[in-house]
Design a protein around this ligand. Sequence first.
Ligand code: ATP
Length: 460
Amino acid sequence: MANTDSIIKIEHLTKSFGDKKVLDDINLEIRRGEFITFLGPSGCGKTTLLRLLAGFLRADEGRIVMEGSDISELPPHKRLFNTVFQRYALFPHLDVYDNVAFGLKLRKTPSDEIDKRVRKVLKMVSMTDYEDRDVNSLSGGQQQRVAIARAIINQPKVLLLDEPLAALDLKMRKDMQMELKEMHKTLGITFIYVTHDQEEALTLSDTIVVMNEGKIQQTGSPADIYNEPINSFVADFIGESNILNGTMVKDCEVSFIGHTFECVDKGFGENVPVDVVVRPEDIYIISQTENAKFTGVVKSCTFKGVHYEMFIDTDKGFEMMIQDYNQFEVGSTVGMFIKPSDIHVMKKERTCNTFAGVMTSPTSVRFLGAEFECRECGLKEGDEVSARVDFDKIDLLDNKEDGTITGEVNFILYKGDHYHLTVVTDDGDKVFVDTNDIWDKCDLVGINIAPEHIRISKRV
Ligand code: ATP
């Protein structure tokens, strides 16, 4: 188990490629001996962060401190790290023994010492009888074991693992996960692991760092991250969730899906819009509808091996996903309740779009790199303004040429009765949209906003 002593401190790390900021002010403390995982969707910057740690890349700003010394400028071979990559990167012309012994031979380690250490690490990765084998004759899992043996033979203080199991089939991946966990325990060194697979992160890690768009969203134990996601992105990314718009009525009382529920959260204020997350396994179904908090009609029921997964249309028109050990008939009406402690209330990151802009005439405003018509608001050309637009007042168009600006659908959150989309414009700005239409990630869209939906206020 990891202790509380810090081995690495990442301070204000920032990295851009061209004008794209890939890591934005990353701060993180890694404890000696812990198994820490950077988890996030493709492109969130997790591999870049690992490469900065390894020394393969230099940061634009910030620093990496290891055991009190700034190592930001040290070349990779001077850092006490070793890296295991997704592709095994073994030397094809060398057998297993020589692949593992390679680094020690380079350092002119005595051959009896090499022999002892190679045998020890091959045993550790369960490859004892494979010393003379040609690496090309090994399965993917075996090659990865050799790569790990090669990475741990010179006893690094930190092992960096970049999606090391991604190329393996499911069964092999599960077996290797268990072996990696065992290996981490036996070696007692710090493992820094990168994956986009949330189940893998939950299974392996002492600490998970959830990343999105170059920023750390949440750092915590698997249980913390699963049970207390800090925002709707984390809730959506880790496990299945019902994510809904709600209103915090007052302390310990929240309304969503058209009903008011008792909850355990306090300090949000009164009548404040919030996001509410309820895990599918935390909604209890009862057949006597009269004792239920709310009711619904079962729309689908699929056996998932251990539980049934159901989609239920609730009495006030929301769709909820529910997991239960019992099967409920499609078409039947059921009652449901949720325990107060299973209702997770989160502060909304924003309640409408706010764009910085400038008036180009009394009835037109420039923001998001384009000119939009707006209503006369008593302001004149050149005035700097904030333009606010509600999420459901942004029109998305199939034909991108029909839009005032164009963008790409980047993230989709289902909120029980509508979708909340993040659309990234060609200039890299974000527009948030509530819609009932079904869009796919990466769809290219046109974006229009009617003049009456743009609320202008002067920026001070
Ligand atoms: P994946 O799981 O797909 O590898 P990731 O979270 O590890 O995703 P990174 O590999 O860190 O993401 O990449 C983050 C962003 O930086 C991506 O948009 C990627 O295209 C970009 N990027 C990474 N390396 C470079 C590079 N050398 N030059 C330009 N852009 C890069």
